[in-house]
Design a protein. Structure first.
Length: 134
């Protein structure tokens, strides 16, 4: 396993490590999922770049991605309390309101969090196990 990890690091597949913390034990506050549908003003490309920079720099934003479907952007933010969460939402919507057509936020009760690497055999074993339970 150590050789495989070393190879993945060498090939830049593994680019770093992150601790996965039990959020309830450390009182992580408000996990907030945000979805955004974007509008298209004349300076859209520039404004989108500024939004990406904001999200990249925000210490409370753990995940940000462009998506396709019924919304254009999805974000996962962790804020200390509802006051912080609402203040950030107000600021975000004020700064980027010109490119936001629709903004939805959902405070989450997280049951599982973390990124997991798995192989096809692990997936197949899980699926077979679950089928047997049915």
């Amino acid at each position: 396993m150590g050789k495989r990890i070393a190879r993945l690091e060498r090939n830049k597949i593994i680019t770093g490590y992150t601790a996965i913390v039990d959020m309830k034990l450390v009182n992580m506050g408000i996990p907030r999922l945000v979805t955004v549908k974007l509008s298209s003003p004349k300076d859209f490309v520039q404004r989108l770049s500024e939004m990406k920079d904001y999200l990249a720099d925000a210490p409370f934003c753990d995940f940000s991605a462009r998506s396709n479907g019924s919304f254009d952007w999805i974000e996962l933010k962790f804020l200390k309390n509802i006051e912080q969460a609402n203040a950030e939402a107000d600021l975000y919507r004020t700064w980027f309101g010109d490119i936001i057509e629709d903004y939805q936020s959902y405070d989450l009760d997280v049951y599982k969090f973390g990124w997991h690497l798995f192989e096809e055999k692990d997936f197949q074993a899980f699926m077979q196990y679950m089928k047997k339970k049915i």
